[in-house]
Design a protein around this ligand. Structure first.
Ligand code: 8YV
Length: 313
């Protein structure tokens, strides 16, 4: 049966198409008057579909008393007011696991881009410096170095298996040790940072992790250390990071995520020791297709009266 749904932002094209074919979908981001849109569907909207960045606020859900499900196109649910959803018994589903390989791949790409200076070397060739000035300055090796992973969930595990292929020693920091991880657990993030050459951030954004990579962690990482973030910008103190990169108190960084996307602090643009990406770690055709399918499957499960396939709340 066609349901009335609120779509917070554009989705992977074929997912949105399927959604709009099956249901009566209202596009929130295109509404001239969002308040009027919510009022017009308040008595019949039963579900919300959104992505990891937009999420959905308690204010919006408050105007839609019949909503019973929020289906998120993304693994991160930090932009969804989960406490509010819980209080109203609204089911929340996300898209874990299907994106872990791609996110881990991009973390490796960013680590290599940082220490091997792949982006700068590309510019060196394009700008004619190779011919004019000779060989590119030597870089720093990644193979065999010490890796620290902050967040040993599905993405952290996928990353660890890749880093093992680079003969890196691997330690991790997590809320608690993982029985299914063969790697060394370090309870304190600053301690972990002080023991590694590459610190990878793959943790979910929660009250316990937001702002966790602060000045002290960057100081501990030190001038030979690299920070790679493919999780959420909010996990890192962006001012402290900019400061550390500007003054070379860390060696470099690779960032796919930022505090206030899509706005990136201009200070990063003139720095040569940071590789910047437009939050695209899960952005392959294959993974977005799988994420979209899970969004649709979670909705179908809810409307069939079954448990969501990947339920968060
Ligand atoms: C997506 C993400 O880019 O899964 C997440 O939490 O941040 C990303 O995979 C995003 O949800 C799609 O817009």
């Amino acid at each position: 049966m066609a349901e009335t749904l609120l779509l917070m932002g554009p989705l992977f094209a074929s997912t949105q198409e399927a959604l709009e074919q099956q249901h009566d979908v209202h596009r929130y981001w295109e509404a001239d008057e969002p308040k009027a849109l919510l009022e017009s569907i308040t008595d019949r909207c039963t579900g919300v579909v959104t992505d990891g960045g937009r999420g959905v606020s308690a204010d919006v859900l408050d105007k839609l008393p019949k909503v019973g499900v929020v289906s998120v196109f993304g693994v991160g649910v930090d932009a969804v007011d989960l406490d509010y959803c819980q209080s109203r018994s609204i089911r929340v589903g996300n898209t874990p696991d299907v994106l872990s390989d791609d996110v881990a791949d991009l973390a490796v790409a960013l680590a290599l881009a940082s220490c091997r200076r792949v982006v700068q070397a590309d510019g060196y060739v394009r700008d004619g410096h190779w011919e004019a000035k000779g060989a590119f300055p030597l870089a720093v090796r990644m193979s065999g170095k010490r890796a620290g992973i902050f967040g040993m969930g599905s993405i952290g595990k996928a990353l660890a298996s890749r880093l093992a292929g680079f003969n890196m020693s691997i330690a991790y920091c997590n809320r608690s040790p993982r029985a299914d991880s063969p790697h060394r657990f370090v309870a304190d993030l600053t301690q972990l940072a002080s023991e590694v050459d590459f610190l990878f951030v793959t943790a979910a954004a929660t009250a316990g992790t937001i702002g966790a990579v602060g000045r002290d962690v960057l100081v501990a990482l030190g001038q030979d250390g690299y920070l790679i973030n493919v999780a959420r910008g909010t996990l890192v103190d962006e001012h402290a990071l900019l400061d550390a990169l500007t003054h070379n108190t860390i060696a470099g960084a690779g960032l796919d995520v930022f505090e206030k996307e899509p706005s990136v602090p201009e200070g990063f643009f003139s720095l040569h020791n940071v590789a910047l990406q437009p939050h695209q770690a899960s952005g392959t055709h294959e993974t977005r297709q799988a994420m979209g399918q899970l969004v649709l499957d979670n909705l179908a499960a809810y409307y069939d009266g079954r448990e969501l396939l990947t339920r968060v709340v």
